[in-house]
Design a protein around this ligand. Structure first.
Ligand code: F6P
Length: 547
């Protein structure tokens, strides 16, 4: 059977790593004045410079060979056409169909799913327009002014990140809030200061069974009923984005206000579905479609561009080089754009939940590293926090710098400082400092790699393209590692045990380890039975649901 690490290409990459380990990135530029032109490319409104990597021409050729020899071309076609590539959950992976704005049919189980997608899009259009125009009224006849999205993981991070990124396009009379944490302080803080008569809650949950979301949704409903309305008014203030229509209706949501999506949309890939409802409410349906359009354009690029000029493929291969051949453990994401401050958190879930796997698609343990630890925060804040370690610490951390070129009117000087800081950092990481000569122990060693991704402007379209770019990067890496990027059994384990613990806390069972038992006895003292049982009811319901 094929073993990746024994392949000729893998072995030659290992050898190349030994041969190039002491190469200086800056020398590549001296040797090849065309390097920047050769190692940069534009797709729509996105420009990627990947020249500042410790990757020689020969290394890049071998990495591309790795992609050519993998199942990438086949698996990519399978994903777009609706084949079952999420083998452990026995389902297709079709977030790309959600941004298919044309009429190309996408067949799942012999049925074209595009008509359903179109009809949900229409539902999102009607609803978002009604709320934005004020035609949608709360129970007392007032227009909606605050929208609270209640969800977690993929049902929070995508819309949360996008709404913040596109804040300047937001409807001026609508405020957006995102509640995800099961910590009651989160929802309490959001509810404080809201007027129930003018608040709309979106219960965003693929399964309608996630403990955190159900607890938060119930607390929101209780608050609403205590403050203002009656059961019959719930329908005017609560809507749901869910595949579980029945559970949403049992919660009190009107059938016509359940925004459907489908099992073949993974949670972390769901911002293009009705999970993106807050985005449509914030920036308008046309803006939402523009975001889909940007993602669709990146899809077409990913499908059609030769691997050598394929942005997601190149980013994936660069990551593989550092993870598998250089030994980097982490990948930093540093947007020089305050509006993108939630992007690292979003990409963390996208990448780590997708490629945090140690068995291949046949369930066999892999003998190579897979997904990196993804982390980061905005620059220039990061410069005054963790950059010191990146410059002079003992870790080797590749960085993705991300920024948009177009300044905001009135603060051009800030934007200029932002961009020049970013470029200075990328340069400093590569060049290092040699003030005191090589023997100065305090000089920065340099030779640290980074990519620079520039958006012409932070528009819905470019944001859509950016997110699709990272989705496909993660996909390509998963294919080369031959893992299933679309399940998350580790997360499910935690959910199951949380359910067991909350149900059995009074049993004083010895089934848990001594540490857990000891800690539980401390917790037990603080909770009367009634509080425990409401949490465990949500758990029980969640235990069977699939993501
Ligand atoms: O974090 C695990 C996960 O299963 C994610 O994939 C998903 O986005 C999240 O939980 C929330 O699940 P749901 O949308 O069903 O509430």
């Amino acid at each position: 059977m094929f073993q990746l690490t024994r392949s000729v290409t893998w072995q030659s990459l290992l050898k190349l790593r030994e041969e190039t380990a002491n190469d200086r990135i800056r020398d590549y530029f001296v040797r090849d004045p065309e390097r920047f032109n050769k190692m940069s490319l534009r797709v729509g409104g996105l420009f990627l410079d990947y020249s500042k990597h410790q990757i020689s021409d020969q290394v890049l050729d071998r990495l591309l060979e790795l992609a050519h020899h993998s199942a990438l071309v086949q698996r990519r076609a399978q994903m777009f056409s609706g084949d079952i590539i999420n083998v452990t959950e026995d389902r297709p992976v079709l977030h790309t169909a959600l941004r298919n704005l044309g009429d190309t049919p996408v067949i799942v189980d012999g049925k074209d799913v595009m008509p359903e997608i179109h009809s949900t899009r229409e539902q999102i259009k009607r609803f978002s327009e009604a709320v934005r125009s004020g035609e949608w009224k709360g129970h007392s006849g007032e227009r909606i002014r605050d929208v609270v999205n209640i969800g977690i993981g993929g049902s929070d991070l995508g819309p949360n990140m996008a709404c913040r990124a596109l804040l300047k396009h937001r409807h001026p009379e609508l405020n957006f809030h995102f509640v995800s944490n099961v910590d009651g302080a989160h929802i309490q803080k959001v509810l404080r200061g809201l007027n129930p008569a003018t608040t709309l809650f979106i219960v965003s949950t693929k399964t309608f069974s996630t403990q955190e979301t159900l607890l938060n949704a119930r607390t929101a409903r209780r608050w609403f009923l205590e403050q203002a309305g009656e059961d019959a008014d719930i329908g005017a203030h609560f809507v749901a984005a869910s595949t579980n229509r029945k559970a949403a209706m049992e919660f009190g949501i009107r059938e016509e206000n359940v925004f459907e999506f489908w099992a073949w949309v993974g949670g972390r890939y769901s911002m293009w579905s009705s999970i993106g409802l807050p985005i449509a409410l914030a920036i308008g349906f046309d803006g939402f479609i523009e975001m889909l359009q940007g993602a669709w354009e990146m899809d077409q690029h990913f499908l059609q561009a030769p691997l050598e000029q394929n942005m997601p493929v190149l980013m994936a291969l660069i990551g593989i080089w550092y993870i598998n051949f250089v030994g980097a453990e982490t990948q930093a994401i540093v947007p020089y754009d305050q509006a993108l401050h939630q992007l690292p958190a979003f990409l963390q879930q996208l990448d780590m939940e997708s490629n945090g796997k140690s068995v291949d698609i046949f369930g066999r343990p892999v003998d190579y590293k897979t997904g990196p630890i993804v982390w980061g925060q905005t620059g220039s804040n990061g410069q005054h926090a963790f950059f010191q370690l990146l410059h002079q610490g003992t870790r080797y951390v590749p960085i993705d710098f991300i920024a948009s070129l177009k300044p905001e009117p009135g603060v051009e000087d800030h934007h200029f400082a932002l961009l020049t800081n970013m470029l200075a950092q990328a340069n400093a990481f590569m060049e290092g400092s040699q003030q005191g000569g090589d023997l100065d122990p305090y000089s920065c060693p340099g030779n640290r790699p980074s990519s620079v991704l520039l958006l012409d402007e932070l528009t819905p379209r470019n944001l859509g393209a950016l997110i699709a770019l990272y989705e496909h990067k993660v996909f390509v890496q998963g294919v080369i590692w031959n893992i299933n990027s679309f399940d998350q059994w580790g997360v499910q384990l935690g959910k199951r045990i949380a359910g067991e613990i909350s149900e059995r806390i009074d049993e004083r069972t010895q089934d848990f380890d001594a540490s857990t038992q000891g800690l539980l006895s401390l917790v037990r003292e603080h909770f009367p039975a009634s509080e425990k049982s409401s949490a465990s009811t949500a758990k029980k319901k969640g235990s069977k649901a699939s993501r």
